[in-house]
Design a binder for this molecule. Structure first.
Ligand code: BMA
Length: 335
């Protein structure tokens, strides 16, 4: 992965003030990304001084210099949700059947839920519903139906300590007929205790390649003396049966190294959430030599960009696997 020389590409200073909710904001991070009509779109997580988070749209002609639309993305229909929504954040965008589906985390009294929005033009956004019934995060929808069903990856949350923050160590494959009601189909990958990815969650939506579904995820190494280290890795799933894992990287492919990744609101975090493949072949497969842009949140403070190719990601996914350890702490203590 090669970091953009202009990193971080977005900081709090780039966010226009929207009074009274967003003035002199604290941070901007974890963007969803998609390319549409040749233009790059990011849906940003913007955090106010109240620690409320809002989604905002950024647009660019070349993928590095972004202009931020001076408004909060409003999903029409979300006001009908009766329960209090504290934050919405970490949008993942999937182009599917001629529309853009946006899955995001919603912090509510029932825990974190996964909301679904849709837009066709990045002007009007509609809210389609809450798509979860348990505490869950990092939901990413596949860009096409597989075996006649919609698929997504998601990550149920467990408290690591009684009453403490939640995380998880298993990414699941879930399936749906209508994109709203989802049921778990199969556990896909588990955290690898003792290694770089003890707790895990999906990054951007998976990409179709000739060798399988290529998927970037994040992994945390836990440290008791300080915060966990968030890194990125890659996994390859069978095209026809994505519950079959064909390969998984041994080491991470991106880890906090630069000052803007090491220092900030939450130090030592790279959190990939947007992935743009520049070239697909005529049958819709990502070309091996295509440049891939990975947009990520750094230290929960800024947005950064790193580039690689499909070929390099596939090579990383085919590294020899680390033998599985025992179940990570979170799940062994989960109720
Ligand atoms: C995760 C999520 C992300 C965040 C990361 C690092 O649990 O809350 O949104 O970027 O922690 O703080």
């Amino acid at each position: 992965m090669e970091r953009c020389s202009r990193n971080p590409i977005l900081t709090r200073k780039d966010i226009p003030s929207i009074s009274p909710l967003l003035t002199d904001v604290t941070s901007v991070f974890n963007p969803g990304a998609v390319k549409h009509h040749g233009g790059y779109h990011l849906i940003l997580r913007v955090q106010a001084r109240s620690r409320e988070t809002f989604l905002m749209l950024a647009e660019s002609a070349e993928g590095v210099s972004f202009v931020i639309r001076p408004e909060i993305v409003k999903f029409h229909g979300i006001e009908e949700v009766k329960d209090k929504i504290y934050h919405i954040y970490d949008a993942r965008i999937t182009e599917l059947e001629g529309a853009f589906y946006i899955m995001f985390a919603m912090d509510m009294d029932s825990g974190c839920q996964l909301g679904l929005g849709r837009t066709k033009d990045f002007k009007k956004f509609e809210f389609l519903g809450i798509t979860s019934t348990e505490d869950i995060r990092n939901g990413v929808i596949f860009p096409e139906k597989v075996g006649g069903r919609y698929l997504r990856m998601d990550r149920p949350n467990r408290a690591r300590m009684e009453g403490g923050p939640t995380s998880g160590s298993t990414i699941w494959l879930s399936e749906s007929d209508d994109l709203i009601q989802w049921k778990p189909a199969a556990p896909l990958i588990n955290g690898r205790f003792h290694y770089w990815d003890e707790f895990i969650g999906s990054g951007p939506p998976p990409v179709k390649t000739g060798e399988g579904w290529l998927h970037i995820y994040h992994g945390l190494a836990t440290h008791f003396g300080s915060a966990s280290i968030y890194q990125a890795g890659v996994v390859l799933l069978d095209l026809k049966d994505p519950s079959k894992v064909l390969g998984r990287c041994r080491g991470n492919i991106l880890e906090p190294r630069e000052p803007y990744e090491l220092v900030g609101q939450v130090p030592n975090v790279v959190f990939p959430s947007g992935m743009i493949v520049e070239h697909y072949d005529k049958d819709g497969y990502a070309r091996p030599d295509s440049v891939v842009k990975i947009y990520y949140g750094a230290a929960d403070t800024v947005v950064a960009l790193a580039e690689t190719t499909i070929r390099d990601l596939l090579a990383a996914a085919k590294e020899e696997e680390i033998p599985a350890g025992r179940t990570p702490r979170a799940d062994s203590k989960a109720k």
